[in-house]
Design a protein around this ligand. Structure first.
Ligand SMILES: NC(=O)c1ccc[n+]([C@@H]2O[C@H](COP(=O)([O-])OP(=O)(O)OC[C@H]3O[C@@H](n4cnc5c(N)ncnc54)[C@H](OP(=O)(O)O)[C@@H]3O)[C@@H](O)[C@H]2O)c1
Length: 340
């Protein structure tokens, strides 16, 4: 089969499509003919050599996929050859074939394309984790969602709105703020200066918000603490704005705050299976009925994977960037919007 390989750590130019051995499914795994995958920030870091895969996992990039079952191990239950599935994976999705534990595979609902399905797992699993598992968001609470026009942000705004939360959202472009409002945010702030605490104080009449979900980290730390209500929760799930900052612990004590960090990729298989089951029960029916939707910015053929990485690095995407995997040596003819 062919796969995208990072020939050495470096910029997008190191990504090359090359011939590699087919993966072999274990007893509990499905072999998937991959039709589409989607980009994640982790892919950019892995390409740069800063985020190696966990031991025993594929060193091919790609953390989510949609495709068809073409073979399976002896212990697999509930799937047949030809089934259309999508899944979160621990690597290996930038390839014509990949393996996935059958308990992580989710049937693609009727009427949903491979492109749409591939754009769901990382964004919706992460948003569920940060809002509900870590963040314990409940109806009527106020949540502040940063980078609301991102892949995770667009899922989080929809899920928080569905739960009946009051949503305040930040992003750094007008287009992303408009998108967040169209998905359910009640109010938005253009955060190019990082000074959102005064806006929050004003919008909440000095009370602060119950929950903040934050992929920015250091650059927003102080304003985040200033923006939380008494007993508020801050869930940090990305470090786009840096990993270290000076910490004044006094506000954590006086406001009795909870600071929670989370990451999906290094979780055990058992934890990921459990997360998949929670997603299937709570969110899949809503996605199947199109009450919620993956927001897709653009679809690139996989021979333009380097351009797709450059596009994400430039923060240009509103929602997800999907890669269509070509299963022949010909250039992919699937319809796509070309944003460049
Ligand atoms: N912990 C986990 O399990 C987990 C899982 C998935 C993703 N993540 C992390 O979550 C973050 C978002 O992922 P994603 O897939 O949603 O990303 P994405 O779609 O690529 O969007 C990220 C957006 O963040 C904003 N941004 C970038 N740098 C920023 C900075 N320094 N300060 C403020 N905003 C900044 C940009 O939007 P603006 O134009 O609005 O600035 C950018 O478009 C990433 O850090 C990713 O690694 C974590």
């Amino acid at each position: 089969m062919k796969a995208v390989l990072a020939t050495k750590p470096g910029g997008p130019e190191v990504l090359q499509i090359a011939e590699v051995p087919d993966p072999v499914p274990s007893a509990e795994q499905l072999l998937i003919h991959v039709r589409a995958t989607a980009l994640n920030r982790a892919d950019l870091l892995q390409r740069l050599g800063r985020y190696p895969p966990s031991p025993g996992e594929s060193d091919i990039l790609g953390l989510e996929l949609a495709g068809d079952v073409v073979a399976m191990g002896s212990a697999v239950e509930g799937f047949q050859i030809g089934d259309r599935i999508f899944a979160l994976v621990s690597g290996g999705a930038y390839a014509q074939k990949a393996v996935v534990d059958y308990r992580m595979a989710i049937p693609i609902p009727e009427g949903m394309s491979y492109t749409e399905a591939a754009a769901i797992p990382e964004a919706f699993f992460t948003a569920h984790e940060v809002l509900f598992t870590c963040g314990r968001l409940t109806t009527g609470e106020t949540v502040l969602i940063h980078a609301a026009g991102s892949g995770v942000g667009t899922a989080a705004v929809q899920m928080a709105a569905h739960c009946g939360a009051h949503i305040l959202a930040t992003a750094r472009t007008t287009e992303k703020l408009n998108l967040a409002r169209s998905l359910g945010a009640q109010d938005t702030y253009c955060c190019s200066d990082g000074l959102f605490a005064e806006w929050i104080r004003h919008r909440t009449e000095d009370r602060g918000v119950h929950l903040i979900v934050d992929p920015v980290g250091a650059a927003y730390w102080e304003a985040n603490l200033n923006s939380l209500a008494t007993q508020g929760r801050l869930v940090v799930f990305g470090l786009l704005g840096g990993r270290s900052t000076a910490v004044d612990l006094s506000m954590i004590l006086t406001k009795r705050l909870s600071i929670i960090g989370t990451v999906l990729r290094s979780r055990s298989l058992a934890e990921k299976i459990s997360l998949t089951q929670e997603f299937k029960a709570r969110w899949l029916p809503l996605l199947a009925r199109k009450v919620l939707r993956p927001v897709i910015d653009s679809v690139f053929p996989w021979d333009r994977v380097a351009d797709a990485h450059r596009y994400m690095e430039a923060n240009r995407n509103l929602g997800k960037i999907v890669l269509v995997i070509d299963d022949s040596s010909q250039r992919c003819e699937a319809s796509h919007s070309d944003p460049t």
